[in-house]
Design a protein around this ligand. Structure first.
Ligand code: PMP
Length: 310
């Protein structure tokens, strides 16, 4: 099956979507990107794109920070994405990666007087972390970069060196994922996930001012917890030591979905098993993202007009 990308304003075979080695974004990390999940629903033989509009709204906002202009409206971006997913025709979970980037082939560190371009590619993408059995985390020796260094809310490609340093350090040390602290030592987030604690029956999660990416999965979980389970979320600064005494902990993200955390820095979280609230939220979330919960269908965009043949 041929894979396609949206590149230079049209749909082209993925193999032909290449950028030049002098491209500004490649040299200096001057791009904003998104990650959108397409979740395969096997009963309906359908892929549901989850909260695509919200992802594109975040991208368009973030592009203002990097002075990148995207020549499409949010509706057009959603339509292009559906068309690209249809063209690719995958019958499994996928990941959609839109990138808005500084495309001039020129040397010079700046944001002004540069051309912009926009592309999208799609790739099959199974579970990113062990969602069923949970993961073991460490607190990273790498601190989360601050809003007035490179804004973490902006999902800037160059910023992800910070996450990559933390992730590889964690894996090299035998853990699955890193939890980064802010410059002043408060809990921020994972390398590609937001973090939640369960404490005394409530969810606790760091606020945007603690240099997190304001996750769409984070928002989804806060809403599902409130509406479906009557569980309140408190956004507040979290001390490192609170990680060790929480009843439950889980990570959220487009790639990570809702991933239970069983251990942090060699200390069991709760009884060291997948927590009951984490599990309930995970089940609710999977139903919603696969388009199986009628109440939340407006968060899901069906990518295929017709049932695809299997
Ligand atoms: N934090 C970081 C650093 C991320 O890269 C991601 C993934 N986009 C998230 C949190 C989760 O955000 P979302 O739920 O919107 O995917």
């Amino acid at each position: 099956m041929a894979a396609y990308a949206f590149f230079h304003g049209k749909f082209v075979p993925l193999a032909e979507a290449k950028i030049g080695i002098m491209t500004h974004a490649f040299n200096y990390g001057t791009a904003c990107f998104e990650g959108i999940r397409g979740n395969w629903n096997n009963e309906e033989k359908q892929i549901y794109l989850f909260r695509a509009r919200d992802h594109y709204q975040r991208l368009v906002n973030n592009c203002r920070i990097l002075k990148i202009s995207i020549p499409y409206t949010i509706d057009e971006l959603c339509r292009l994405t559906v068309e690209l997913v249809e063209k690719n025709g995958y019958r499994e979970d996928i990941y959609v990666r839109p990138i808005a980037y500084k495309s001039s082939e020129v040397v010079g560190v700046r944001l002004h007087d540069l051309e912009d371009d926009f592309l999208i590619f799609v790739t099959p993408f199974g579970p990113y972390l062990d969602i069923a059995n949970g993961v073991r985390c460490c607190v990273s020796s790498w601190r989360r970069i601050d809003d007035n260094m490179i804004p973490p809310r902006a999902k800037i490609t160059g910023l992800y060196v910070n996450s990559a340093l933390a992730k590889t350090e964690a894996v090299d040390n035998g853990f699955d994922e890193a939890i980064m602290l802010t410059h002043d030592g408060h809990v921020s987030e994972g390398s590609g996930e937001n973090i939640f604690l369960v404490m005394a029956g409530k969810l606790v999660t760091p606020p945007p001012s603690d240099n997190i990416l304001i996750g769409i999965t984070r928002d989804t979980v806060i809403k599902l917890a409130n509406r479906e389970l009557g569980i309140e979320t408190i956004e507040r600064q979290i001390d490192r030591s609170e990680l060790y005494i929480a009843d439950e902990c889980f990570l959220t993200g487009t790639a990570a979905h809702v991933t239970p955390v069983l251990e942090i820095d060699h200390r069991n979280i709760g009884n060291g098993q997948v927590g009951t609230i984490s599990k309930k939220l995970q089940d609710l979330y999977f139903n919603v993202v696969q388009g199986k919960n009628k109440k939340y269908l407006d968060w899901c965009t069906a990518a295929y007009k017709k049932r695809v043949k299997t």
